[in-house]
Write a protein that binds this ligand. Structure first.
Ligand code: BGC
Length: 844
């Protein structure tokens, strides 16, 4: 970065854009080279400036639950350090609060944290649907249900943008597995795509108007998300009215001209000037209409104008207040799953044995690009004294790396024996929860279960506190007296857990995703993550609770479930065209929070197969003991609709619908039937989709999926010749060249070490599965370098190496020429590091 660029960017996050140019510049004011260069990044975190028009650089930062601003060495995997910032609980945790107000408060706080650090664009929230419970990034996402994910994400976005910071909902769309995420093709029928995987994005766009959106790494139905016209133009802009900038995921853009034509605004991070050259060439040869580039440039200029507006709130220091908010948010999101003999809340002064290494080394966030360097971190051990409890013993109970250790297990039992209650902190190890890697299973490590067994054997009541951003199988549940799933609590998570265990905060959390008995119960489990080129969404609409309730497969804890320290009774449901009204009475002795939920089921003959029940609304209420509350959940445009693939429109099928109300998806005591006039008459079901009408989609035959998809199943194998720009590097073991296979052996060994490591090695995982194009997209290499490497990989070793030498030499020169042309045009002053002239020695 040049000196002048950085000066513009770091002026307390408020460059002089609006002051310098009374009429903000548009694409019409820019020259072709400027426009082409503006639509890709200047470096890992910044856009390019055009000083001659007063267009500053803006700064983009992760991540969804705190600010990861990297002032020095930058990376997109959370490997390097970042400035301290408050680490809020990740999305998976907050979703359990079902509380839009809380999400908006966190959004405001994130916006404040961003302005305080000169960050203009916050790369979150994440809201992909958790298709399978083993998704590696589920901890960064909100829910398995689009209504819940969309409404919470909209609240985050409103909060963030109220501070003049752009939110960037991500990853659009169908980013549901980590394995080979840069080359995996999500194959989904249009109805499932719309109703399940796009609805949350539709809600966030139409209800919160984000200024930016991040496209996903994967392909959707054969086309990369960042160059998918159907997604980015037809749906996002034309149907939903999105007027912001679509930012590629880091390294997720493929063809620059195709992206510009399809609606992809900004390619990140910096591909050097490679993409700029390609865009100019495409326009000059008539392959790309300059009007598309102008549209993208205007979107980017609008983003810059929005985030640098004079009216942006002033930065301030809110660290203490934000730590308190993080604590309250974690407490309100913790889910009480079991409470036998009402052991909880703990009595004041209770004598507690604290067991489990997580009490000292908390798991409070997942690994990867979302990682936040917290301003401080409290632990269960360090904060128990403030909870009004007496710590009688602490024992780690197990080794964090999962290795069996009989001495630690035995010590756990001894520690528990003398206490009134044992609080046992269990959870997922670091390596199980990271961007880039899907979870292999949903178990706790055996060493942790051994420790739990040793504690339970003493007869002391056992309160298990789980940390981990997703479901965990609980075959050991009978060993516990109480179970609290704290998810990932952020930097104040430990204090929040004590708040819940002592009853300072009544547990109002309800699961935003299903906890299955076994990972194998999920209909997608056998093919997850997809190993080939395509990920076939054969289960259609039956993801997670939609499957469990339709196929009658009972989970361990259903979607929407959570206990509290009081009880509620539901009654008096009435339904009319506007919505459902019912009463909720707190019939216990304590004040408490509840989340009454409304689901809709189609009854009678229908042409449209549907899950047995779908969430359509809820209310988060706080009720005093004995109080009866009347709750109304309004119907809206999404309550009865389905996406009609024949007309390509949303329709409502005429007929009877059952409205179900209750405390969770498996317990819906109130029901009423309503006749809906609809927009289309009820039809007869398509026999080709019979398996979907039955709802048990564990084994969908090819013919049924083909009928659902409306086309032939795409080829799942890798093309020939094998190595192209988008072939993943892990295929190198199949290179025709012995030399290449031999060299690849080194990377394979590194990958094996990475798989076995206690902490995820994301760099190796990324390189191993990345496509070859990342060479010229994410390093200083140019496209001819990638082409030469591909020649080598395809077996033309010596020719390829010769080309490689040439490409490396010419690449530097070409880059310099384009960069100089851009900078001269844009008015960027470069400080050339020329050597001072040598002094001539005077002759003696
Ligand atoms: C992640 C994004 C993140 C970006 C920048 C990518 O690897 O998928 O979610 O915003 O890196 O760090």
């Amino acid at each position: 970065m040049t000196a002048s660029m950085s000066a513009m960017a770091t002026d307390a996050g408020r460059p002089a854009y609006a002051r310098k140019a009374p009429m903000p510049p548009t694409a019409a004011d820019l020259r072709l080279i400027e426009k082409a260069a503006l639509v890709s990044g200047a470096n890992v975190w910044q856009t390019r400036p055009i000083p001659r028009l007063g267009v500053p650089q803006i700064w983009l930062s992760d991540g969804p639950h705190g600010i990861r601003k990297q002032p020095g060495d930058a990376d997109h995997l959370g490997l390097g350090g970042s400035e301290p910032a408050v680490c809020f609980p990740p999305a998976a945790t907050i979703a359990n609060s079902w509380d839009e107000e809380l999400a908006a408060e966190i959004g405001i706080a994130l916006g404040q944290e961003a302005t305080a650090r000169g960050v203009h664009v916050l790369l979150g929230p994440g809201l992909n649907i958790k298709r399978n419970p083993r998704g590696g990034r589920n901890f960064e996402y909100l829910s398995e249900d689009p209504e819940l994910a969309g409404r919470l994400a909209a609240a985050y976005v409103r909060g963030i943008q109220s501070q003049g910071v752009a939110a960037t909902p991500k990853h659009f769309a169908a980013n549901n597995q980590e394995l080979r995420r840069l080359v995996s093709d999500s194959v989904i029928d249009e109805r499932t795509l719309r109703e399940l995987y796009l609805t949350a994005f539709e809600i966030v766009v139409t209800e919160a108007a984000p200024w930016a959106l991040m496209s996903s790494y994967n392909l959707v139905n054969g086309t990369y998300a960042h160059q998918n016209r159907h997604l980015l133009t037809d749906i996002l802009r034309e149907e939903w009215g999105f007027d912001g900038a679509v930012i590629s995921d880091w390294g997720g853009a493929d063809g620059p001209a195709a992206s510009i034509a399809a609606g992809g605004t900004l390619e990140m991070p910096s591909p050097g000037f490679e993409s700029a050259r390609e865009i100019v060439r495409a326009i000059q040869t008539g392959r790309l209409d300059e009007a598309h580039l102008d549209a993208r440039v205007n979107e980017l200029l609008t983003l810059v104008r929005r985030v640098t507006a004079e009216a942006r709130p002033m930065p301030g220091n809110h660290t203490e207040a934000h730590h308190r908010l993080a604590r309250r948010a974690a407490a309100e999101s913790a889910v009480l799953l079991r409470n036998e003999s009402t052991i909880l809340p703990l009595a004041p002064g209770a004598r507690v044995a604290l067991i489990g290494a997580f009490a000292e080394h908390p798991r409070y966030q997942g690994a990867g690009s979302s990682i936040v360097n917290p301003t401080r971190l409290t632990t269960l051990l360090s904060s128990i004294a403030d909870a009004g409890l007496e710590l009688v013993a602490y024992a780690p109970g197990f080794a964090l790396d999962g290795r069996p250790d009989a001495a630690l297990t035995a010590a756990a039992g001894r520690a528990a024996a003398t206490a009134d209650v044992a609080v046992v902190a269990l959870g997922l190890p670091d390596a199980d929860e990271s961007e880039g890697i899907d979870r292999p299973h949903l178990h706790l490590p055996a060493a942790q279960v051994d420790a739990l067994r040793a504690v339970a054997a003493t007869g002391t009541p056992v309160v298990v506190v789980l940390s981990g951003g997703g479901p965990i199988e609980t075959p050991w549940l009978h060993l516990t007296t109480a179970l609290v799933h704290g998810y990932l609590g952020g930097q104040a998570g430990a204090e929040a857990i004590w708040d819940v265990l002592t009853g300072t905060v009544e547990p109002g959390g309800r699961l935003a995703e299903t906890m299955p008995v076994s990972a194998a119960d999920d209909p997608t489990s056998s093919g997850y993550p997809a190993q080939g080129r395509t990920a076939e969404y054969r289960e259609g609409l039956f993801a997670r609770y939609r499957f469990h309730t339709s196929a009658g497969v009972a989970p361990a804890f259903p979607f929407g479930f959570g206990l509290g320290y009081t009880r509620f009774a539901y009654a008096d449901l009435t339904v009319d065209v506007d919505g459902a009204t019912f009463t909720v009475t707190n019939v216990g002795a304590a004040a408490g929070a509840d989340v009454p939920q409304l689901y809709v089921r189609r009854t009678g003959s229908s042409a449209v197969y549907r899950p047995d029940r779908e969430l359509k609304g809820w209310s988060k209420i706080r009720v005093a003991p004995g109080e009866r509350r009347t709750v109304t959940v309004p119907f809206g445009a999404r309550t009865f609709r389905f996406f009609d693939v024949r007309s390509g429109r949303w329709e409502i099928e005429q007929g009877e619908y059952e409205v179900l109300v209750g405390p969770n998806s498996a317990d819906l005591p109130l029901s009423a039937t309503i006749h809906v006039a609809g927009t289309v008459p009820a039809g007869t079901p398509d026999p080709a989709l019979a398996v979907y009408a039955r709802g048990d989609v564990r084994d969908v035959p090819d013919a049924a999926f083909r009928a659902l998809l409306g086309r032939d199943l795409p080829d799942d194998g890798w093309a020939v010749p094998l190595f192209r720009v988008n072939t993943p590097i892990d295929r190198l073991g199949q290179s025709p060249s012995r030399l290449v296979r031999f060299a690849f052996g080194f990377l394979e060994r590194r990958k094996r070490r990475a798989d076995a490591a206690a902490h995820p090695d994301l760099e190796t995982q990324f390189i191993y599965y990345a496509p070859f194009r990342t060479l010229h997209k994410m390093t200083s290499a140019t496209r001819p370098v990638t082409d030469a490497v591909l020649e080598v990989a395809n077996g033309r070793v010596f020719r390829g190496l010769r080309h490689l030498v040439g490409a490396l030499a010419s690449g530097r020169r070409i880059e310099r020429i384009t960069r100089d042309a851009f900078e001269r045009s844009a008015g960027i002053e470069r400080i050339r590091r020329t050597r001072p002239p040598r002094r001539r020695r005077r002759p003696e």
